[in-house]
Structure formats: structure tokens, C-alpha cells
Write a protein that binds this ligand. Structure first.
Ligand SMILES: Cc1cc2nc3c(=O)[nH]c(=O)nc-3n(C[C@H](O)[C@H](O)[C@H](O)COP(=O)(O)OP(=O)(O)OC[C@H]3O[C@@H](n4cnc5c(N)ncnc54)[C@H](O)[C@@H]3O)c2cc1C
Length: 495
């Protein structure tokens, strides 16, 4: 770290102004810290960022909770399209609708990634203590002096020395990569052998939606599928999930002709809605998906990872952003606990090397400022939960890929719907626990295993969901599942 043209000093440095980084900036600013966010890309509020990367996302309970805690949930929810259920499109165009939750209080929210990101950046700036810097790519870190080196568009190096670094630079995090150079740091990256491609259904000329607005549309085809989420402007963002290799795969879709044939044969009704399909397919990149696990998440009290940088999950539970937002809910709880236990929290800024460090943004006057304890507490509370959602997302992918055509699996799902309605709060499916509640992901995973065992016992020997033995079901639920769920305050509303 030597040939830098400039050296800067900051209190809290956030690397990456994506969804989680921008939200983290608001949280830290609300706690009174001076925050500077460094982002590789240009400012998306002034420059159009290229399409083709999950343009809209399903925002659910956990993400909303993190927004609520800093009073911005209503602003965000004013710009979402509620999705009350899934609309399944069969090969012959027949439609089947499945409500998302047990009633109309449980639904998903389709939100624009760009719109939400811009809104979070605006709100962060409005606090008056957050500054964004764009076109600066994080390269190296020196954790001894807690300095990150960034490269600007001209190829010049800028060193940023920070009291605290929060790494929210996504799945390919440079901050994580730098941490992994230290002793005792480990990371695994498990790529999926599937890619995804984003496509588009334009609105009608009058701005209305071409297909049902308040639904997540799915064209399930066994080993591959298409989904579509509504956008606020009447359009839909469509995503094709397909293996990279094999009979039906991306490697076979290299010519316009092959793309047209593939879609006409497998997704006929969707193809008719996308006149520019072939062109969009050829122009948009093929995205990849992976599960990333890493630990530790912090370097002493200097640096911590959050969001995809700490825990990359595949998108089949629609939880990556929600999980990243929940990081902030938990981080804030850790700060509150730290202060409640007599701790203080401040950053020390040294403007010149010969200057005495100056304490800024001191939270609580007395007590020890211990960022390391805070970061470790945060990581320990999050790690097993983030691992759990990462595992469940892969399981959901396998379920969608291999089991949607299995009659026993479909029967179990139908029985599950009956149990959720009949025993509210006592039987809550894994899907509901993940999507419509804030219980720890690990608990959702453990409860899901018990749900599967109960369902397996109940469906053996029946062919129709209505024939399920409800007496036996109640006994199994009360013995095995309810004790786990009834004591959770997060589920009080379900009962
Ligand atoms: C197809 C698909 C569908 C998805 N659907 C959903 C969904 O429905 N619901 C949901 O909750 N989640 C979903 N996700 C997951 C979600 O997109 C991510 O979990 C979320 O974007 C993570 O936010 P983040 O801020 O941690 O990382 P990112 O959004 O990746 O942001 C990282 C930021 O850091 C910047 N950056 C990267 N490297 C550097 C560097 N070296 N220096 C400086 N800046 C850098 C990037 O430019 C970016 O702005 C989906 C993901 C995919 C791929």
C-alpha cells in the first residue's frame, strides 16, 4: 500500500452501496456515526445500470421488519406490487392458482431492486451524515492500519483508513477475499450447476398488466422453470432457470433459432407475451448462483461482513436480501444489548498521524467501547441462521427441480395446507416460518424436518388430502411441533 495518490480518513467505511450496504449506512447514521460508502459502480440514480440481474425481488417479513425498525417500511411498501399467491402455468396454458399463505395476511411483495436501492441511498443521504463515493473499486486491505485501497476510473489508487469497516460488497466480496488471507479464516463457495437469464413482459399500451398482476407466475417444467414477478409499471421481470449443460440447457441455446424453438415448445403462453424474447435472451448475461459460507465474519473490532459478502444464498427461497436486511435488525439488537450491559461505543478518528485520536459519535459516556465483542456477538447470533437459510434454499431448489411432479409430494403439500388452516400457530409450515415470520432460520429448518416427518406419517396409506386423519395429526403436532412453536413470541399473531 504505497503509490496511492490520496489518503483519506473516515469513521465508518461501508464497502458496497448495494441493498445491504445502503441500509447499513442508514442504521449506522441513525446511531450517530459519520458514514462513508464506497461503491464500485456509478451512481445508479444518475446513470442507467445495465439490465439482466434480478431486477425485482420478493420482499417479505424479515426484510420489512428491518425497514420498520428505522421507520421506512411504509415508504418502501408504497412502491411494491403485492403477490397474494403463485399462478402456475401448465404446458397447455392451463392456470392453477395457489394462495401464498394460510389467509390474505400472508403474501409476497415484488419490489424493484434499483428503485429500492435508490430510495435507500436517498434516505441515507438525508440523515446528513452519510456520504457516497462512486466508481471506486475496493482492491486490497491492510487490517493492521484498517485501510482499504480503492481504484478509481483513471486507475489511480486511493487509500481509505477507517475506524470501522463494514464489508457489504456482495457475493464476490473483496473484503472477504482480503480477510481470507489472514490465518484462521475459511470460506466455501458451492456453485449451482444452473444459471439464470432475465427476460421481460412489457405492459399493455394502456399501462395495464398482461397477466394476473398480484401473483408470482411460475412455469414449472421439472428440471427447469420460468418465473415472472410484477413490476410497479405494469411489466413483469421474467427469469429462466436452466442447467448449464445437458439436453435442455444453456449450452444448447446459442442461436436465435434454438432459443425461439425452446420457448415455443416449453413456454408457449409466455413466449406469446414476449415479442422481443430472442433479442433479450441473446443480449442479457447468464447469471450464476452459489452458496457462500465463510467464518469468521470479523477482523477484531475493525471489520465485519454483512449481506451476501458474509452469506450468499441461492434465490429459491427469495431470502437473500431479506436475510441481509435481517443482519441489520440483529446488529442493532447487539448494539442495544451492548449498551444495556454498560458498554459504550465510539470511533476514534486521527486526522493527521501526529494528532491525538478524537472520539466521535460516542454512544453512552461510560463503559468500554468494544467493537470486537459486538462483531463477534453479531456473527455468533447470525451464523447458524444464515447457514440454515442457505441450506434450505438449496433444498427448495432440489424440491422444485425433482419433486413437483411427484404425486406423494403433492399430496403431502395438500395435507400441509389443511393442517395450517386447522391448527393455526401449532402447525406452521417451513415455508411460512421462513417467509411470514421472524423466527430464527435455524428454528424454521428444525421445525421443517419435524413437519416432513409428520406429513410422511399422515400421507402413508391415503390417496386424497381430505382423507387425512386429523385426530392423529393433532396428536403428532401437539407432541412434536407445537412445543417448539407455541413459545415463540414471533408467532403469537399466527395462533
Ligand atoms: C436471480 C436472483 C433472484 C433473487 N431474488 C431474491 C428475492 O426474491 N428476494 C430476496 O430477498 N433476495 C433475492 N435475491 C438475492 C439478493 O439479490 C441478494 O441477496 C442481495 O442483493 C444482497 O445484497 P448485498 O447488498 O449484500 O449485495 P449486492 O446486492 O450484490 O450489492 C453489493 C454491492 O457492492 C458493490 N461492490 C462489489 N464489489 C465491490 C468492490 N470491490 N468495491 C466496491 N464496491 C463493490 C456492488 O457493485 C454492489 O453495489 C436474488 C438473487 C438472484 C441472483
Amino acid at each position: 500500500m504505497s503509490d496511492a495518490v490520496e489518503t483519506r480518513n473516515v469513521d465508518v467505511l461501508i464497502v458496497g452501496a448495494g441493498l445491504v450496504g445502503s441500509l447499513a449506512a442508514i442504521y449506522m447514521a441513525k446511531r450517530g456515526f459519520n458514514v462513508e460508502v464506497y461503491e464500485r459502480r456509478p451512481d445508479m440514480r444518475t446513470v442507467e445500470i445495465s439490465a439482466g440481474r434480478s431486477i425485482n425481488l420478493n420482499l417479505s417479513c424479515r426484510g420489512i421488519e428491518a425497514l420498520k425498525r428505522i421507520g421506512i417500511a411504509d415508504d418502501v411498501l408504497a412502491e411494491v406490487v403485492p403477490m397474494m399467491g403463485r399462478m402456475m402455468h401448465a404446458r397447455d396454458g392451463a392456470l392453477t392458482y395457489q394462495p401464498y399463505g394460510k389467509d390474505d395476511t400472508e403474501f409476497g411483495n415484488s419490489v424493484s431492486r434499483g428503485g429500492l436501492n435508490k430510495m435507500l441511498m436517498d434516505i441515507a443521504e438525508e440523515t446528513g451524515t452519510v456520504k457516497f463515493h462512486f466508481n471506486l473499486k475496493a482492491d486490497d486491505a491492510d487490517f493492521d492500519s484498517n485501510t482499504m485501497t480503492f481504484t478509481n476510473e483513471q486507475g489511480e489508487k486511493i487509500e481509505v483508513r477507517a475506524s470501522v469497516i463494514i464489508g457489504t460488497d456482495g457475493a464476490a466480496s473483496a473484503v472477504r477475499r482480503e480477510m481470507l488471507k489472514l490465518d484462521g479464516y475459511e470460506s466455501t463457495v458451492e456453485p449451482l450447476d444452473y444459471g439464470y437469464k432475465e427476460l421481460y413482459i412489457a405492459p399493455n399500451a394502456d399501462g395495464s398488466f398482461k397477466i394476473e398482476k398480484n401473483a408470482l407466475h411460475i412455469w414449472p417444467r421439472g428440471t427447469y422453470m420460468l418465473i415472472a414477478l410484477p413490476n410497479f409499471d405494469g411489466s413483469f421481470t421474467v427469469t429462466l432457470f436452466l442447467p448449464y449443460k445437458g439436453e435442455l440447457s444453456f449450452e444448447k441455446l446459442t442461436t436465435e433459432e434454438s432459443v425461439r424453438e425452446f420457448f415455443t415448445e416449453h413456454f408457449h403462453d409466455a413466449t406469446e407475451l414476449m415479442p422481443d424474447l430472442v433479442e433479450t435472451f441473446m443480449n442479457n448475461p447468464t447469471g450464476h448462483m452459489e452458496t457462500i459460507k465463510t467464518f469468521p465474519w470479523n477482523v477484531g473490532g475493525q471489520c465485519v461482513l454483512m449481506g451476501d459478502a458474509a452469506h450468499g444464498v441461492v434465490p429459491f427461497f427469495g431470502q437473500g436480501m431479506n436475510c441481509g436486511f435481517e443482519d441489520l435488525t440483529v446488529f442493532e439488537e447487539c448494539i442495544a444489548d451492548h449498551l444495556a450491559n454498560g458498554g459504550a461505543l465510539y470511533v476514534e478518528r486521527r486526522l493527521r498521524t501526529d494528532e491525538e485520536p478524537r472520539k466521535t459519535a460516542r454512544l453512552q459516556l461510560e463503559g468500554e467501547s468494544n467493537w470486537q465483542k459486538l462483531f463477534e456477538d453479531f456473527a455468533n447470533r447470525r451464523k447458524e441462521n444464515c447457514d440454515a437459510i442457505a441450506d434450505m434454499a438449496v433444498e427448495n431448489f432440489i424440491e422444485m427441480r425433482d419433486k413437483v411432479g411427484d404425486p406423494k409430494f403433492l399430496l403431502a403439500k395438500a395435507v400441509e395446507k389443511i393442517l395450517e388452516k386447522r391448527f393455526p400457530g401449532r402447525y406452521v409450515s417451513r415455508y411460512s416460518l421462513v417467509t411470514f415470520s421472524n423466527v430464527p432460520y435455524k428454528l424454521a429448518k428444525d421445525a421443517g424436518i419435524i413437519c416432513d416427518e409428520i406429513l410422511a406419517e399422515l400421507v402413508s396409506g391415503i390417496d386424497k388430502a381430505e382423507d387425512v386423519d386429523l385426530k392423529k395429526a393433532e396428536k403428532l403436532i401437539d407432541e412434536r411441533l407445537a412445543p417448539m412453536l407455541l413459545k415463540r413470541p414471533e408467532l403469537a399473531h399466527q395462533a
